[in-house]
Design a protein around this ligand. Structure first.
Ligand code: C5P
Length: 245
């Protein structure tokens, strides 16, 4: 499928299965494809992050598209407006489903990215990261932010919405407050998801898949609980079947 076909077939469907995004945080193409070949594109989308993209480059996107996967390219751009806008255009050229920037880069940066994608016949969803799910109040204070975590997430989500972006990455713990403030067309993407019994690792603001959806999340992102499992497909199916209707 070429990028135009992929974008035209792209749907924002939030059917139960389409709500799950598997984070393919692998160090090389082989281990990525070994898992991706086992994943049914009807059951999940996939996410390519900084480690994998830096190691492999655009080839990983082409190979995952060949397997029929819709891709969230999670490069979290944060730079001067011109650089971020051009990086977003380059990411959009790859035909991916979703891309992102850091909302803390500011309104001018987000608006430049949005404008850059505006005149394309098809463009990926453009979303912004609020506060990383690995951050707690301590990390916010450490970088000079005295607002509470929830205040900061709400502030950045409001700015993102004002700039016309398609949604935010937030923790599922803030999803309820954000859902109340934003319309249904504004996507809430929530990492930091841990099925019951799985280790939180470096994530601090965690929720189970069902809690996240019940709090109003549109998409849940799960990495290590699936990718490091002895039987990743079994965990994936269990997660999908346990999602609220
Ligand atoms: O392995 P785990 O489920 O913790 O993976 C979460 C994924 O979501 C990682 O790829 C991480 O980069 C990403 N992410 C996150 N927090 C954010 C944005 C993205 O954990 N705020």
């Amino acid at each position: 499928m070429n990028s135009a076909e992929l974008n035209s077939s792209r749907s924002n469907s939030t059917s139960k299965a389409a709500q799950l995004i598997v984070a393919l945080d692998f160090p090389n193409l082989k281990s990525t494809l070994d898992l991706a070949e086992q994943l049914d594109p009807a059951l999940c989308r996939v996410k390519v992050g900084k480690e994998l993209f830096t190691q492999v480059g655009p080839e990983v996107i082409r190979r995952l598209h060949d397997l029929g996967h819709e891709i969230f390219l999670d490069l979290k751009f944060h730079d001067i407006p011109n650089t971020v806008a051009n990086a977003c255009a380059a990411a959009a050229d790859l035909g991916v489903w979703m891309i992102n920037v850091h909302a803390s880069g500011g309104g001018q940066m987000m608006s430049a990215a949005k404008e850059k994608l505006a005149n394309r016949s098809s463009a990926p969803l453009l979303i912004a990261v609020t506060v990383l799910t690995s951050s707690s109040q301590k990390e916010l204070n450490e970088i000079g932010i005295s607002a509470t975590l929830e205040e900061q997430v709400i502030r950045l989500a409001s700015l993102t919405s004002e700039c016309g972006l398609d949604g935010v990455v937030c923790s599922a713990q803030e999803a309820k407050a954000l859902r109340a403030l934003t319309g249904p067309g504004f996507n809430l993407i929530t990492p930091g998801i841990r099925p019951a019994g799985f280790d939180a690792g470096d994530q601090k603001r965690v929720c189970t898949p069902a809690e996240a959806i019940n709090n109003g999340a549109d998409y849940i992102v799960i990495g290590r609980p699936i990718t490091q499992a002895p039987d990743p497909v079994a965990v994936l199916k269990e997660v999908v079947s346990g999602l609220p209707k």
